[in-house]
Design a protein around this ligand. Structure first.
Ligand code: PEP
Ligand code: MG
Length: 580
């Protein structure tokens, strides 16, 4: 039966395809006593063999697609799977306690992980996360639950899931996925951000779509409006196929602005930059006409590994981006690289983060890096070394205090001194900047401007921290509102403070790519807009149609208003008159 579902338009586009339901059955551990010890031992052994076969297949595919070095990760996993001490311990549990294979394996793994987690050796400590991953597969194989593989999908798949973590999104089979839809999540959740940089249409926060669809059912996704139609009629399919074509044509047209700069009618030029999550995204950045990278989220490099990436591995990634971000004359575009921003909704499989009630208010980002300075120093050294190959700027996330800036600067200076002593070249004038993501920095921007070289406003977090509204919670997504006068006041305070302190300020939160807000931000004096690459052309087009004086007058009117409703009406009126 045809069903209509409404969600949040998280990444633009239109798609017509078939449901790929990503729903893993819940694991049930049978805790009853059992006398058939031999049967249980057999189940344990068969489960292990099946797991090994699966890991070997994944290894082979990874080697084909990503190279031998990434595939080698799975050799380590197989070694852990075949660990004889663990195996003997589980067999003993089955024999002595007369329990099921899955119950014994779960207990054995849990004891083993606790033991690993308490070791001095960091490498061994981090193996606990690998072991849990392997154990999950092994347990599923024992009880006969199928493990879903997102990296190999049927053609024209629309993935429907309760939620997609950033690592699920990174795994998606890009050749065959045409869109995704989730029950939960908001526009600024990291899977939504990744969908935009991968240019995959996405609708999130539908509530319960996973309960309404069946696997392989025909489905239409209009991620321009957030509409989903399950079991569409022929007319629906025709209508949305046409809408898809029209959208793709417009996207192409906008790309013709590729070589234009973002200069207003009265000659004020701002940066039109893009955000990236990996060196692979640079091609899309240049294709869409961005003249800089305003945010490189390096945590994805950390998330794609089974251990911390080494200094050399990081150096290679940063160098590739610095070298490829150049104009046709070989002049380097700025590349702003953010230090690891882990925690919140981003975890590392190999780093045990403590369970926290409020991870977004917890041990994350710069807080982790300053508590574990070896992580930050390795990254600083890699960034400094790469700075010899282009125009790299270093940016710190989640800053709340001047002390954090000074501590980070001191560590950066230590790294510079080390490299000088080692005779390794780097950009001596490299800039160190901070993100403005907390009210603590926004409202004291002038003071922070004395400490660092530039700012970038992270509205995704600044909105959630100013309003105390979780950015990923769809139940309160209607409250997550960057046009709220309090948030606009924080943004304006940051821009004014930067300029009073004599430094430049960009914005790399998703608000920078919101075409409706271009005039307001331009009028406030933002120096550069950094956004998903697909938004660059639209924002450029807007800037080219406006003049600074009228945008400033708009800001003055808006800042005297007290509700979002009035503010949006005023902005829409301005946009309508100016941009049509
Ligand atoms: C932000 O908070 O606006 C930002 C750009 O950082 P992230 O989305 O990675 O938290
Ligand atoms: Mg942030």
């Amino acid at each position: 039966m045809r069903k209509f579902v409404k969600g949040i338009d998280a990444s633009p586009g239109v798609a017509v395809g078939k449901v790929f339901l990503y729903k893993e059955e819940e694991l049930f551990i049978d805790k009853s006593e059992c006398s058939n010890v031999e049967v249980q031992k057999e189940k344990l052994i068969e489960g292990r063999e099946k797991t090994k076969e699966q890991l070997l297949k994944i290894r082979e595919k990874t080697a084909r697609q990503l190279g031998e070095d990434k595939a080698a990760i799975f050799d380590g996993h197989i070694t852990l799977l075949e660990d004889e001490d663990l195996f003997d311990e589980v067999i003993e549990l089955i024999e002595d306690e007369k329990i099921t294979a899955e119950n014994a394996l779960e207990q054995g793994i849990s004891g083993y992980c606790d033991m690993l987690a308490n070791l001095e050796d960091e490498y061994l400590r981090e193996r606990a996360a690998d072991l849990r991953d392997i154990a999950k597969r092994w347990l599923y194989n024992i009880v006969g639950i199928e493990i879903v593989d997102l990296s190999s999908l049927p053609a024209n798949s629309i993935v429907v899931a309760r939620d997609l973590t950033p690592s699920d999104t990174a795994q998606l089979d890009l050749k065959n996925v045409v869109a995704f839809i989730t029950d939960i999540g908001g526009k600024t959740a990291h899977s939504s951000i990744m969908a935009r940089s991968l240019e995959i249409p996405a609708v999130v926060g539908t509530g319960n779509i996973t309960e309404l669809v069946t696997n392989e059912a025909p489905i239409v996704v209009d991620a321009l409006s957030g509409d989903v139609i399950i079991n569409p009629t022929e007319e629906d399919v025709e209508k949305y196929s046409k809408k898809r074509e029209k959208y793709l044509e417009e996207k192409e047209l906008l790309k013709q602005l590729k070589d234009k700069t973002a200069t207003s009618k009265d000659g004020v030029t701002v940066g039109a930059w893009a955000n990236i999550g990996s060196p692979k995204d640079v091609a899309g950045v240049l294709r869409n006409g961005a003249n800089g990278v305003g945010l490189y989220r390096t945590e994805f490099l950390f998330m794609a590994n089974d251990r911390f990436p080494t200094e050399d591995e990081q150096f290679e990634a940063y160098k590739v981006v610095a070298e490829s971000m150049k104009d046709e004359n070989g002049k380097s575009y700025p590349v702003t690289i953010r230090t690891m921003d882990i925690g919140g909704d981003k975890s590392l499989p190999y780093m045990e983060l403590p369970h926290e009630e409020n991870p977004f208010l917890g041990w994350r980002a710069l807080r982790i890096c300053l508590d574990r300075p070896e992580i930050l120093k390795t990254q600083f050294r890699a960034l400094l070394r790469a700075s010899a190959f282009g125009y790299i700027k270093i940016m710190l996330p989640m800053v709340i205090s001047i002390e954090e800036c000074r501590k980070s600067k001191a560590l950066l200076e230590e790294c510079k001194a080390e490299l000088r002593a080692e005779g390794i070249k780097f950009d001596e004038d490299i800039q160190l900047g901070i993100m403005i993501e907390t009210p603590a920095t926004a409202f004291r921007a002038k003071w922070f401007a004395q400490e660092v070289d530039f700012f970038s406003i992270g509205t995704n977090d600044l909105t959630q921290y100013t309003l105390a509204v979780d950015r990923g919670n769809e139940r309160i997504s209607h409250l997550y509102d960057t046009y709220n006068p309090g948030v606009l006041a924080a943004i304006k305070a940051a821009i004014d403070g930067a300029h009073e302190g004599g430094i430049s300020i960009s914005m790399c939160g998703e608000f920078a790519g919101e075409a409706r807000a271009t005039a307001l931000l331009f009028g406030m004096g933002l120096d550069a807009f950094s956004m998903s690459a697909i938004s660059v052309a639209k924002v450029k087009k807007n800037i080219m149609a406006m003049d600074k004086a009228s945008a400033e007058a708009l800001v003055e009117r808006v800042m005297s208003m007290s509700t979002t409703e009035e503010i949006l009406a005023e902005i829409d009126k301005y946009n309508e008159e100016l941009l049509g």
